[in-house]
Design a protein around this ligand. Sequence first.
Ligand SMILES: C[S@@+](CC[C@H](N)C(=O)[O-])C[C@H]1O[C@@H](n2cnc3c(N)ncnc32)[C@H](O)[C@@H]1O
Ligand code: SF4
Length: 424
Amino acid sequence: MSAEQPVSWPGGLPGQRAATPDAPWNDVRHWMRPGTLQLQSLPPLSLYIHLPWCLKKCPYCDFNSHEWSATSEPGQPLPESRYLDALRADLEFSLPLIWGRTVHSVFIGGGTPSLFSPGSIDRLLGDVRALLRLDADAEITLEANPGTFEKDRFRAFRASGVTRLSIGVQSFNDVHLKALGRVHDRDQAMAAVEEAAQAFDTFNLDLMYALPGQTLADCEADVRTALSFAPPHISIYHLTLEPNTYFAKYPPALPPEDEAWDMLDRITELTGEAGLQRYEVSAYARAGHRSWHNTNYWQFGDYLGIGAGAHSKLSFAHRVGRPVRVREPRLYMERALAGNAVVSADEVPRKALPFEFMLNALRLKEGFSLQQFMERTGLPLSSIEAGLAVAAQKGLIERDAARVWPTDRGFDFLSDLQEIFLAD
Ligand SMILES: C[S@@+](CC[C@H](N)C(=O)[O-])C[C@H]1O[C@@H](n2cnc3c(N)ncnc32)[C@H](O)[C@@H]1O
Ligand code: SF4
């Protein structure tokens, strides 16, 4: 089998293909075997932890999130303790693949992680610290939804070691929150942000724009309200209709594209005036408050993802692997506790690496260094020279001797720019 072929790893479970009959997915010798890539050093490593439950599934959401009431006996609490046992087992089985490496950031995402009690988050971070070498000043983010916490819960998360809260506000307008099927209202969103600002030195607000029935003035009002809390970081996403969601089946009327572009221009202006710089397509931060964890993704760093449906990207001297965990929470718990939650662990084919790198790195306003491209992919620069020339000729990137970055036009037509690096 050549290094380019996708590999699925076995675990003795039905339905799994075996790359080699007796190699478990966490057998480091398999990942270390010779290959055609030459990575001189390994990139920084982050940890992603997925907590998969929500109070209610939002009609636009294609994340691996599950309504708790739909999967439980009526009146049963979340199986927090069993899920934490599964996460610990999952992490223990993953250790051989990241042996000796320091973890620089942790992101507890979902789903709705703030449904878990502060005691559970404390136990989870205790397990992480016990099993991994965590940087002393690691960024530890937790996603929280308004309407899923009582007073002082955020402070308790802070006391457990969470350093950064990311709040899923989406909008401060009750009409749009309703159209999005959110469980919270404007007052709850305001209360959540206020509490986060009191408990955390750094926090993020997630907003969406181009919402059903939203006007430019509505969008501006949302951004102004968000900025009134002086947030160190805001992420603002254009609402997209994702396949296999309720909105894909019953699409709501959305603002026309030219209006959505006007909204984006206004968002960038208003955030800029408030001292937040657009450093990534959807991310705006004050100096010193960029998300370390997300920046590591965008710089094609490594991450171990544990939890239901979590994806990982792990580098070795001659290959880059992408293990994926089983999606369904109950099955995940069963399999993780039995020692194998991984359903596939493909290797990124050599010819797909330039595109995978660009998919991430060109999202950053500052782009990437050519040195970083070689370090993170193990490929020579000659593998992207033709693509860079085409992109520069179309006015989508600029470059100097050391770096490449997207132009404003490149940012506006990002998928066209990224596609230039797709292998034939
Ligand atoms: C992983 S989600 C979950 C965070 C949290 N559970 C919540 O919904 O507030 C992270 C963010 O992605 C954004 N998002 C989710 N689905 C989206 C969609 N279809 N289009 C645009 N943004 C979306 C939302 O802003 C959301 O806060
Ligand atoms: S709360 Fe967040 S993760 Fe849960 S369904 Fe809604 S958008 Fe998806």
